[in-house]
Write a protein that binds this ligand. Structure first.
Ligand code: GLA
Length: 434
């Protein structure tokens, strides 16, 4: 079984925060990718160029949405191409919290998942949400829960020590509420995409605890009652099972985890609080270390509710789902919920295109992992890290790989989408959650 390994050199973004280039996914993929390492677009700066370009589009679109909001418009239906209703869903009513209750269309992913109680989710790119009608329409139709892809990360939501910026995250939460979707907050303590002031500041342990407390109570408090589940700590463990050396673990010590969960619970006692990480589907030392940590937290009475399995896969390389069900069950046996939080299945591209066999294998993989969630009574959501290959982190960070999502760049369903539909049609009605 391949051990997952990431090499994470810092890069800079236009926001000035530290971010991360994901250079390798696992040892087998490393081999698969070795031919790419010599390519010019792997050189420093190239990823940045693409990020700068995307940020430029995002900025332009933000100006449009901001102007519209000032003019009294809503954020759900604005932007240069905003001609659609962006709500192809069923009848809407409202509930006491102000969230619009919308039933998803019967044949949509969320509509098909409804009998099971599983939420089908996606990460949301705020620039695409503003700028693209098909993006909004698909988002509204197919999904019951959304995760802001970047806009709740420290670098964007807390760019300066005394300044928070909730604008883009608010847009996503507003859209979700208007379309009967739940929100998965992401994230409250991580080692990537942190602002410079945090990563390069000099703080005593007590100051850092205060900073963590103030951030979590401000951010979780801002969204109180509107976020169903939070990724409280993201990726705290290395592939070998050791505690990752981060601003938090170095400055506070291992107990930053329990502090973070406690601060989050104090700020919103109704939100479900998750530990989230990649490669847990592999089993092995990392999965064991995370198991031990969440077991100990739970035994100490720390308010942790679940474990998020990111599940970033590489087609034809990553393990199949056969071993996944028992891994999920072990965590559930601790009294925790589980969720698939960032699913995608990257395909090796040949001259930018995908082989039919790879798409078929990808469809099988999607179906197997959806099945694993549907048939685990405490698996709450199956969230993908996006839904269209037009907007995916994979090609810009792992050149030569891509096409990891169920819709192609033109929003057309790939075999993976149909496989999810087939799986939801056949299994969801038979597996209602408690
Ligand atoms: C991790 C993070 C996500 C996202 C993905 C892909 O899994 O949790 O926020 O950055 O990597 O880029």
């Amino acid at each position: 079984m391949p051990g997952l390994m990431r090499d994470l050199p810092a890069r800079r973004t236009t926001q000035g925060q530290s971010a991360t280039t994901f250079r390798a996914v696992d040892k087998n993929v490393w081999r698969l990718l070795s031919f790419l390492e010599a390519r010019p677009d792997r050189q420093p700066g190239s990823v940045r160029t693409r990020v700068v370009k995307r940020r430029g589009v995002a900025l332009a679109a933000s100006v449009v949405v901001f102007a519209s909001a000032c003019a009294g418009g809503t954020t759900a239906n604005v932007g240069p191409q905003a001609t659609s209703t962006s709500a192809p869903s069923g009848p809407a009513t409202s509930n006491p919290t102000g969230t619009t209750v919308v039933s998803h269309p019967a044949g949509s992913l969320q509509g098909l998942a409804e009998p099971s109680g599983v939420l089908i989710g996606t990460a949301v790119d705020s620039a695409a949400l503003i700028a693209e009608v098909p993006y909004r329409d698909t988002l509204a139709k197919d999904f019951g829960i959304v995760t802001p892809e970047n806009d709740m990360k420290w670098g964007l939501i807390h760019p300066e020590r005394d300044r928070y910026d909730f604008a883009k995250a608010d847009q996503i939460v507003d859209f979700a509420q208007a379309h009967g979707q739940q929100v998965h907050g992401h994230n409250l303590a991580w080692h990537n995409q942190n602002p410079d002031w945090l990563e390069h500041g000099t703080f005593t342990r007590d100051e850092l605890i205060q900073i963590l407390h103030d951030h979590i109570s401000t951010v979780v408090g801002h969204f109180k009652g509107r976020i169903a589940m939070w990724d409280v700590v993201n990726e705290a463990i290395e592939s070998d099972g050791s505690l990752r050396q981060t601003v938090w673990s170095k400055g506070i010590g291992p107990d930053y985890l329990e502090l973070a969960f406690t601060f989050a619970h104090d700020a919103d006692p109704t939100a479900k609080l998750y530990y989230n990480d990649y490669a847990l589907e592999l089993g092995g030392p990392k999965t064991e270390a995370v198991y031990n940590i969440v077991r100990d937290l739970k035994n100490k009475g720390v308010p942790i509710d679940g474990v998020g399995f990111q599940t970033h896969l590489v087609n034809q390389v990553s393990p199949r789902a056969a071993n996944f069900a028992p891994i999920l069950q072990r965590f559930v046996d601790l009294g925790l919920d589980v969720a698939i939080t960032e699913f995608d299945d990257a395909i090796k591209l040949t001259a930018g295109t995908t082989a039919a066999a790879d798409l078929e294998q990808q469809a099988v993989t999607y179906r197997e992992f959806v099945h694993a969630c549907l048939t685990q009574v405490r698996c709450r959501s199956f969230t993908m890290w996006g839904f269209t290959d037009q907007h995916s982190w994979i090609p810009s960070i792992l050149p030569g790989l891509g096409a990891g999502l169920p819709l192609d760049k033109n929003y057309q369903p790939k075999p993976a989408y149909q496989a999810m539909v087939d799986e939801l049609r056949s299994t969801a009605p038979a597996t209602p959650k408690r």
